[in-house]
Design a protein. Structure first.
Ligand code: ZN
Length: 404
């Protein structure tokens, strides 16, 4: 307080004490509260347990833990407003909706993520990659605009829209924060180095500890360095910079372990979501570099939603009904056969008329498999044919129920 008073005198600044608050950061989740009175110019300064500074919530005991969740709630409100307004203005183009989400919602939910997002850099499990607050909201948005249910594989949903997990963006923001802070002398560098010295003294929960640990887990810092890093002189850290491209590459490489695309056959996929991911990847997905054909085709929202729901396993086909055992998910018209995507598109006799009709017969070339069928040029006819088949399925099932 004495130092602050001297600083204010030297710089002709006045502290507005009634509007000033103070807080002491206590050991992580200790539930201790510091109420020791603090005075400035003989006036008591108000003690608060938590406060918001530049949009980031800081708490005496949980530090920055809830910042992401607070921003999530704010951004969710913005998302509701965006969807409502888009509905009123009849904005249906998914690319435009995506850009609006990026600029209006994501900018709020990712705000200051270089400070609070360091908690979400681990990529050991699928949930650790996809369960952070901005990612949850992003997936919710993609599900809403595509009409997919909550059961769709989250990685397939991202790949369908050519998106990467937001974890990469958070990690790159943290890396920029580290690199830029160390570049020049000044308050940013001093603050980061103070945080690093906390890490060197054994703290495992502070910003530097979490960031450096995630760099070690990504193999950016090797094992020997990691074993010795806490004993390093602080000057060592002044020259420690990280390559953003390498970090992005390492994350993508880790995701390949969680959602493997190179293993043979779906039987070896480790979970149901692994199976759906492989199905999506094998049949529908082409490349990270090329936009999917249905996104290029300028289809109406109705057609787009039909195609995306089919591709992501969110249609009404029996195979997608996870409430019953797999051996009972049979075709309503060929009771002994599983109603999966291949049966529906190529084999079920119920849709022969549509396959052979004048408008759609060009879609069913003899050499087609699922991959070439779904990646052919005429996506408008493709979507129209599939919509027609689902409509036919609906009315035929209703007739079956009435007959029985
Ligand atoms: Zn059938």
């Amino acid at each position: 307080m004495k130092a602050l008073s001297t600083f204010c005198d030297d710089t002709c600044m006045i502290v507005n004490v009634p509007k000033t608050k103070y807080s002491t950061f206590m050991p992580w989740r200790s539930h201790l509260v510091n109420h020791e009175p603090v005075f400035f110019n003989n006036m008591e300064v108000e003690n608060v347990q938590e406060f918001t500074y530049l949009g980031t919530l800081m708490n005496q005991n949980t530090w920055l833990r809830d910042s992401g969740e607070v921003l999530f709630l704010k951004a969710r409100g913005v998302l509701g407003g965006l969807l409502k307004k888009a509905g009123q203005l009849h904005i249906e183009n998914l690319n435009i909706l995506g850009r609006l989400f990026e600029s209006l919602v994501n900018s709020v939910s990712m705000y200051n993520c270089q400070v609070w997002g360091v908690r979400f850099l681990s990529c050991d499990t699928i949930d650790k990659v996809l369960n952070n607050p901005p990612q949850t909201l992003h997936l919710q948005f993609l599900r809403t605009i595509s009409g997919c249910n909550a059961k769709v594989c989250r990685m397939s949903l991202l790949k369908e829209f050519k998106q990467e997990p937001l974890q990469i963006k958070i990690a790159l923001a943290c890396t920029k924060f580290w690199n830029n802070s160390l570049k020049h002398d000044g308050i940013a560098r001093d603050t980061l180095l103070s945080d690093v010295s906390l890490f060197c003294n054994g703290n495992k929960k502070n910003w530097a500890a979490r960031f450096l640990e995630s760099m070690y887990k990504l193999d950016i810092i090797n094992y020997e360095d990691w074993m010795r890093i806490r004993d390093r002189d602080i000057h060592y850290f002044k020259t420690l910079f990280f390559d953003e491209n390498l970090i992005r590459y390492k994350y993508l490489d880790r995701y390949e372990h969680l959602w493997p695309t190179s293993i043979q056959g779906w039987v070896s996929a480790h979970s149901r979501s692994g199976t759906s991911f492989l199905k999506h990847h094998t049949w529908f997905y082409v490349s990270d570099l090329i936009q999917h054909k249905h996104f290029q085709a300028n289809l109406s929202q109705h057609y787009m939603r039909c195609l995306i729901r089919f591709r992501l396993g969110s249609s009404c086909l029996g195979v997608n009904d996870h409430s019953i055992p797999k051996d009972r998910r049979s075709c309503p018209f060929c009771s002994h056969l599983l109603e999966d995507e291949e049966h529906f598109i190529f084999h079920c006799p119920m849709y022969s008329n549509i396959r052979n009709s004048e408008n759609f017969s060009h879609l069913w070339e003899p050499e087609h498999d699922m991959r070439s069928f779904f990646n052919q040029q005429d996506q408008a006819s493709l979507a129209c044919a599939i919509l027609r088949m689902f409509k036919h399925r609906r009315t035929s099932v209703q007739h079956l129920l009435v007959d029985n």
